[in-house]
Design a protein around this ligand. Structure first.
Ligand SMILES: NC(=O)c1ccc[n+]([C@@H]2O[C@H](COP(=O)([O-])OP(=O)(O)OC[C@H]3O[C@@H](n4cnc5c(N)ncnc54)[C@H](OP(=O)(O)O)[C@@H]3O)[C@@H](O)[C@H]2O)c1
Length: 344
């Protein structure tokens, strides 16, 4: 901390990307963090405004010129594979790290290799705390390295953890998910290019082939009570023609409670959580309610007595609660600040 400014210095690697630029926007308004460096290879020497005219006017530097040993925290907003070595360097220099990539989310080394195929330091991976903010605050507070959860896994976990913790759901968990195009990062592809995405809704990696499925399954195992049956996941993502936001609709068997009783469980579980709203029965979670905020909204459908199913919907902004917002919420926790700081 610099005594003169009374702020903590942080660096952002990958600041020109969708989530990096969002994080810079949040940090620029945060009263207790100051950005010492923001990196990009392609835009080094230029303002972030060259990437996005609505962005903060901050000069980007090349990652080779970013001294990670001079800051107290580093946010890595890099693609998976590129993030792991940057995390290692930053930790070696003494900084605390919040990694937005998938490089340290999966605990099991073999699963990590199968899903991401990129090397990482397994000792660091063993230290990493999976930072689902609402359920990991105590561990995040002490963490040197936080693996910030993926956007779909965040949305899904917020939607089911209160029920999973009590062993209330029976599988399979059928997760139909919608994501805006910014979920794919800033560089367009043949599938995410404006002309391909506009006026269409496209299922992709349906079934259980999306790389977020093992992360979702890991969460379900972590929060299930001992001896609870496995919850197999059927995950069906869809690309929708929105810039940002995501919504999951989850259906699972609910043998022992009515939806109204489940709603009470959720209301109790999220009481006092600033960033999660459980809607009254009969209302629906909508992306419009959460876009450009760090909030999640969750709804439990009234259901039908014949089917004994839970239908739970959750909406978040993929770039905020699903990435930069949750990362800042975790940083607030790590540095002992109120979690709303810079996010209200
Ligand atoms: N987008 C989302 O909704 C979202 C949600 C949750 C998590 N995430 C995760 O957050 C990370 C960033 O995602 P994003 O969507 O913001 O990606 P993005 O828009 O593609 O941005 C990637 C950033 O990393 C830099 N970069 C790329 N390759 C690099 C390399 N080899 N070495 C150093 N810098 C490199 C890019 O700038 P230069 O090429 O100029 O260096 C850019 O600043 C990813 O791991 C992603 O999975 C994204």
């Amino acid at each position: 901390m610099t005594a003169a400014s009374n702020t903590h210095s942080v660096g952002v690697l990958g600041a020109s990307g969708s989530s990096g630029a969002e994080l810079i926007r949040l940090l620029s308004k945060h009263p207790r963090f100051s950005v010492s460096f923001a990196t990009s290879r392609q835009y080094a020497g230029h303002s972030l405004r060259r990437v996005d005219p609505a962005a903060v006017d901050i000069e980007l530097c090349h990652p080779d010129d970013a001294d990670t040993s001079c800051v107290e925290a580093v946010f890595t907003c890099l693609p998976h594979g590129s993030s792991a070595p940057a995390v290692k360097r930053s930790r070696s220099g003494g900084a605390r790290v919040i990694d937005l990539s998938g490089d340290f989310r999966l605990r099991d080394p073999e699963t990590h290799r199968t899903v991401y195929g990129s090397p990482r330091d397994e000792q660091l991976a063993a230290e990493a705390v999976y930072g689902l903010s609402e359920f990991a605050e105590a561990r995040v507070r002490e963490a040197g390295l936080v693996a910030n959860p993926g956007c779909y896994p965040t949305c899904t976990a917020l939607a089911v953890v209160p029920a999973v913790k009590r062993g209330l759901l029976r599988g399979p968990l059928i997760i139909n998910a919608l994501s805006g195009v910014s979920g794919a990062g800033r560089t367009p592809s043949a599938k995410t290019h404006f002309c391909a995405a506009v006026d269409d809704v496209r299922p992709y990696n349906v079934g259980s082939s999306h790389r977020h499925v093992p992360e979702i399954e890991q969460s379900l195992r972590a929060w299930s009570p001992a001896g609870a049956p496995e919850l197999p996941v059927i995950f069906n993502p869809h690309l929708v023609p929105l810039e940002r936001g995501m919504l999951v609709t989850i259906t699972a068997s609910l043998p022992s409670l009515t939806p109204a009783e489940l709603h009470e469980v959720y209301t109790d579980a999220y009481r006092g959580h600033d960033f999660v709203d459980v809607l009254p029965m009969g209302e629906h979670a909508r992306i419009r309610a959460v876009a450009r905020t760090n909030r999640a909204v969750i709804a439990i459908a009234p259901g039908h007595p014949r089917t004994r199913h839970a239908v739970i919907t959750c909406a978040i902004d993929n770039l905020l609660k699903g990435a930069a917002g949750q990362a800042l919420q975790n940083a607030n926790t790590m540095f002992g600040f109120p979690i709303q700081e810079g996010l209200a």
